[in-house]
Design a protein around this ligand. Structure first.
Ligand code: ATP
Length: 425
């Protein structure tokens, strides 16, 4: 006779503006037993059991509440949070929206969140998305950090229209994004492509804003990666200009705040644009520092979740195609393609925006490729991505390539994009 394992709940009582910070390694549950509370901007439903796996986070309560967690959760209560100043950014966005409601040619708040690694940038983005969606706004969320891939996969730059707070268990995976496949997890591999793709995303979002007044008024929330020196800073400036940002929020870095204020604040240097606000925010003491190894593991976990589902409930399919039925392109940048992978007589290109068609070769094994919606190779870099494939086998004798795909059926397009991202479990 099998017995269902007994769940042991551990209760915590949060006072007004307290948060319960927790660390979950293996699957665990969290439940709001009384009062009101939110998980990074998303309200918890009363008595619903949320299942979480391998996360670090915090449940915050404005008015106090009772939370219960399973006994495999490591947790503690803190009452020193920066939530008031985070909520203040939301109020500024909201005032901006109210002030332009009837002015058809004005843009809503376009907030860019900058700062070093592990200061809570993505967390603030989620909080602002949650608060905006709870008021009925539809902001665009643009994720310019190809290192983690919060919306789709690492290596991708994405924009998504947010119509509800981020799902506590599923994250952002249920939103329909505009995706550009950069193909690398680091910005220095191909900064020119990175800039071109930000521009493309900005154009897609602007088109959407032209069609929907709510989207225009709602504005955008942009998350960036934590590289803020040298080329990293240069790319931040480009992002601010290309996306016509009007509110810059810097978390936990005085120098970055000072540099960006000098350059962008109203009345500042040559690039000053009227109405630009540059603000600084403290980092929450709860933000976890993640090692390079942990980041790599979360990247791999994200790819696994794409194919197998967050709860392991998806069943990916192997699709086998002839070499001749796919056209695989890689962008310039990164290490040059091996000469065996190039058509006879051609050499490796160095133009960062030039596309290079490559022949399937054993080096492609374990690569993650994007399927482009492009109708021809010329529009590849501007086109949205339909989904991703993992190269699970290359047979040079039969000239067939095996892909793992999240769903069965023919590939929606023969145009595939490759970068340097590999999935090695
Ligand atoms: P990076 O730019 O390096 O990707 P980041 O600045 O975006 O990092 P986050 O991803 O927001 O930082 O936060 C880092 C980790 O800390 C995440 O796992 C997040 O869930 C966790 N975290 C953030 N705020 C808190 C908090 N108040 N309590 C507990 N954990 C938190």
């Amino acid at each position: 006779q099998t017995q269902t394992p007994q769940i042991t709940w551990v209760p915590y009582t949060l006072k007004s503006e307290d948060e319960l910070r927790f660390e979950i390694d293996k699957e665990a549950k969290i439940k709001l037993a009384d009062g009101t509370a939110e998980y990074f901007g998303t309200e918890l439903a009363l008595n619903r059991e949320y299942t979480l796996n391998n996360v670090k986070g915090a449940i915050f309560s404005w008015k106090g509440c009772k939370i219960e967690v399973t006994d495999n959760v490591k947790a503690y209560i803190s009452n020193g949070t920066p939530m008031l100043s985070y909520a203040n950014i939301h109020s500024i966005m909201d005032q901006h929206r109210m002030s332009i409601l009837s002015q058809k040619n004005q843009q809503g708040p376009r907030v860019l969140i900058a700062g070093p690694t592990d200061v809570g940038k993505s967390t603030l983005a989620k909080i602002l998305m949650g608060y905006s969606a709870r008021l009925g706004y539809n902001p665009a969320f643009i994720d310019l950090d190809p290192g983690q891939g919060s919306i789709t996969l690492p290596g991708a730059l994405c924009a998504s229209l947010i119509d509800r707070p981020v799902d506590i268990e599923e994250g952002l995976s249920n939103t329909v994004p505009f995706v550009q496949y950069y193909g690398h997890t680091s910005l220095d591999i191909n900064p020119t492509l990175f800039k071109a793709q930000i521009q493309s995303l900005g154009i897609s979002v602007d088109k959407r804003m032209e069609q929907s007044d709510n989207a225009r008024v709602s504005g955008m929330i942009v998350n960036t990666c934590g590289w803020i020196e040298g080329l990293g800073y240069e790319l931040l400036r480009e992002s601010i200009n290309l996306l016509r940002i009007n509110i810059i929020v810097v978390i936990d870095n005085e120098k970055l705040y000072s540099d960006l204020s000098r350059e962008f604040s109203s009345g500042g240097g040559n690039n000053s644009s009227s109405g630009m606000k540059v603000m600084k925010l403290p980092k929450s003491g709860g933000v976890y520092l993640r090692s390079a190894l942990f980041r790599k593991q979360t990247r791999m976990q994200r790819i696994r979740e794409y194919f197998y589902g967050i709860q392991g409930d998806l069943c990916p399919h192997i699709t086998i195609v002839d070499f001749k039925d796919v056209c695989i392109f890689r962008t310039g940048g990164g290490p040059p393609a091996p000469s065996t992978a190039l058509p006879i007589g051609s050499t490796s290109v160095i133009d960062p925006l030039a596309l290079q068609e490559i022949q399937p070769s054993p080096e492609m094994l374990h690569s993650v490729l994007a399927i482009s919606y492009a109708k021809n190779s010329q529009s590849l870099l501007r086109s949205n991505v339909a989904g991703f494939l993992y190269v699970s086998d290359i047979n040079m004798e039969t000239k067939k390539i095996s892909f793992l795909a999240p769903c069965p059926g023919d590939l929606p397009s023969k145009f595939l994009l490759m970068g340097t991202l590999k999935w090695l479990e």
